[in-house]
Design a protein around this ligand. Sequence first.
Ligand SMILES: [Zn+2]
Length: 411
Amino acid sequence: MSPRLQYVLEEIFKHRLGMQYRVTQNISEYEGINDGIKINYSVIPRSGFHIIPVTLLKEEAVNESLPEFDMGGSFPVLFPTNSAFGFDIFSMVFWFLCRYEEYQTHDTDKHGRFLPGKFIPEPFRSLPIIDIALNAFYQEIGVQLVNKYGVYPTLDIDIAFAHKGRTPLVWLGGLLRYFLIGDWTKAKERIQVLFGKSDPYDSFDYMIDTLKGNPHNCRFFIQVSDRGLYDKSIAISNPSFSKIVTRIASQFETGIHPGYEAGQTADGIQKEKIRLEKHIGKTITRSRHHFLKVKLPETYRNLLQAGITHDYSMGYADRLGFRAGTGQSFRFFDLLKNESTELVVHPFCAMDVSLKNYLELHLNDAGKAMQELNETCRKHHTPFCFIFHNESLSNSGDWDGYRSIFEKCLN
Ligand SMILES: [Zn+2]
């Protein structure tokens, strides 16, 4: 059996359905089976549920050809074939989960992130299309689907404080910058925080209080990078930040948020992992890249090398939706090595920064978009996982009103 077919069958039957399955290439053995569900994955009609394969799962290399799609049915599909079910579901699942297009697309944004091509229409991006297709497949073959819907809030802590926790030089540099750009409100706030006013980004009491009712579904990702152009985290040696990190890690599952620079190498990721582990006294296996700066397969190989087994970076920055066509977790398949790996990818479908900065949505529209996504996930029995930051939950300045969106997502 090809590594690609084996991977898809494991994902569908073992991980999603928790079912045992058997594969045979012996035709008389196949025809002799009279119990269970039979699937005939071949071009020749036989007994059982027939799926006509395209060549994708037999191939070993990555080529430049784009998949055919069909928008004519009750949901859009890839790899249409001339069978009763109408398409090669195993290839469609594989194409999305292995992120085939990310190896073909050479267009990236200024941070080197994947930009989806325009060759397939929008519903393939905005819907959990794999979950929809698989639910239809389960119905066709008479298998009970497993409802994976749930609300999974995840929080990134990039910059714990807007003004506190800096060295005197960085603090002063920031103040001078506010003067230079004429941001008097921020300049005044920086001085007021110095004299005891609470820091606007310090929304940790609120976050912990709001999430403590269901801590098992939450994940926190904390950045502990050295300072750089895109890395502005507070030093973990800062007593206020240190106390917050300890408090979060004692109540919630906590992972690293590898920095823009450090996240690009296995050594950099490992250094930050060890830094945070020493601080919280626990082994870390979870990670989400700062800026969602992921390039396949390098980033995921680096994570594995650094001892990370769960990644939470699979989603879009510039839009909402399902980058891998699913809300459900899956294992990373390294397409260049043509093999499955132990890295479990946990996708998300929305981020606060996408709503406000990339899509520039008005608060009401942002709330509506999140509500719609939540409904979509509920309808298709897939997890509703999203990202907020301590900054957006400050509910102040540009982020005024975002706490209400967050709270609506939780209910
Ligand atoms: Zn970040």
